[in-house]
Design a protein around this ligand. Structure first.
Ligand code: ZN
Length: 446
């Protein structure tokens, strides 16, 4: 599936450090294992309705920072992201609003692309819609049935059985176990399963935590013919299959919001281990939740602040990015409308400073491309600012410290150099040159 336009990402002199990241599975900070100079990243995408609120933006900006830091360290990154374009919440919204679910998914996915372009997020290598891999998911479910990792549960009102993953069989047959990734206690797992799309009370299941792999066809719901009967994919298996198809195994980093720690990532990992026999991911990274008006920003509460609405209201998308980056990605934080005012003030200071840089004869030439090393002939050595930014971001993507490093550099009275501006563009995703970005030129999709 089409992703979105790539922002300008200049190549910087020297090489950055490999980043340390907090690993949910171990509770420790460490460098994800880079194999032969390559890294793979899977970040769970949106369910395309109510896109893109600041909670989403915070997640995709955090992993965009990881992509930028890895790239600066010379790592060849392959990045996959899905869009869950058929799922219960999407279908419920489509029914409630009288819109065809396919139209709702397509329009919200377009809006998401436009938001990612505005925020200068580097697009994933593979952007995959679940509806494009339904048959592949069914084949994976068939393999799990064959290996004894899954079982059928008869469905009232449907001729087709549902298929569930057998958690206890996975614990018996593989080195995966409940808690491997989440480190949660059984009571919390049961609660999260009920709150986050699971069905612990479903009759006929072997274990309450067993997740759905395949939902047999129901009247009035979309379904596809498949080797395991007509129906549609469960939630966790879709990510496992897309990751398996697009990325080397194990995934270097599996990422998403902290509400995906359990059951989504725990079960995606279980499915992956049952399918391949190997570990699913080297490191699991999670972003904090964003609140607004005292409550976690959520579709159900309706307290969403959306990127597209901020931009339509006249906000500079770079200021939105700065406002989000002022919070550490792992913290839970609350958005205040004043955050945007503060970020716009910061952006104005940075832009005034950028005007002190000498003119760039190559500014037009490297527009929308990665400039080769040597394209900045005059100042091809790391500056103090570049060194500070690299150090902050390698330390668990500490964007608040990185922003403060720029503030301090400017306050010291130093004129901007082209390396400084390239560093801010490449590592923080904030282009101070004011060139006509591809994202600004492609508003039609919104
Ligand atoms: Zn996922």
């Amino acid at each position: 599936m089409r992703s979105w336009a790539r922002p300008r990402v200049p190549t910087l002199p020297g090489a950055g450090r490999l980043p340390m990241l907090h690993d949910t599975a171990t509770g420790r900070r460490r460098a994800p294992a880079i194999v032969d100079g390559t890294a793979s990243l899977y970040v769970c995408g949106i369910t395309p309705y109510d896109a893109t609120h600041l909670g989403h933006a915070s997640t995709y900006l955090a992993f965009d920072t990881l992509v930028r830091v890895w790239t600066d360290a010379g790592v060849d990154v392959t990045y996959a992201q899905n869009t869950t374009d058929v799922d219960d919440p999407l279908l419920e919204r489509a029914t409630a609003t009288g819109v065809d679910w396919r139209e709702l998914a397509a329009s919200q996915t377009d809006l998401f692309r436009s938001d990612m372009e505005h925020l200068a997020v580097v697009p994933p290598t593979h952007y995959v819609a679940v509806t494009d891999v339904v048959t592949d998911v069914a084949r994976a479910v068939a393999r799990l049935l064959d290996s004894g990792s899954a079982y059928r549960v008869p469905t009232e009102g449907s001729a087709v059985d549902d298929v569930y993953f057998d958690v206890r069989a996975a614990e018996r047959d593989t080195s995966w176990h409940l808690g491997l990734e989440s480190r949660l206690d059984p009571e919390t797992m049961a609660r999260f399963s009920a709150e986050r799309g699971g069905d612990p009370g479903r009759a006929g299941k072997r274990d309450p935590l067993d997740p759905l792999l395949w939902r047999g066809a129901r009247e009035g719901e979309p379904s596809w013919e498949s080797p395991v009967g007509e129906g549609r994919p469960g939630w966790h298996i879709e990510c496992t299959v897309i990751a398996e198809q697009t990325l080397a195994s194990p995934i270097t980093v599996n990422g998403g919001g902290s509400d995906l720690v359990f059951p989504h990532h725990e079960m995606s990992a279980a499915h992956g281990q049952a399918l391949t026999g190997g570990r699913y991911a080297d490191l699991f990274a999670h972003t904090g939740m964003v609140a607004y008006q005292g409550e976690k920003m959520s579709k159900s509460l309706g307290n969403l602040v959306k990127v597209s609405e901020l931009v339509a209201g006249g906000a500079d998308a770079r200021a939105v990015r700065l406002a989000v980056a002022a919070h550490h990605y792992r913290s839970d934080w609350e958005w205040f409308d004043s955050d945007l005012v503060d970020a716009e003030a910061r952006l104005r200071v940075w832009e005034t400073w950028a005007d002190t840089a000498p003119p760039r004869p190559d500014a037009a030439a490297d527009h929308a491309t990665t400039s080769p090393l040597g394209a900045t002939p005059v100042e091809s050595v790391p500056t103090g600012l570049l060194t500070s930014l690299r150090a902050a971001l390698a330390d668990d993507l500490d964007t608040p410290s990185a922003l403060e490093a720029v503030d301090r550099w400017i306050a010291s009275g130093a004129d901007a150099t082209s390396v400084d501006l390239d560093a801010v563009t490449a590592l923080l995703g904030v282009d101070l040159l004011g060139v006509d970005l591809p994202s600004r030129a492609d508003e039609a999709t919104a």
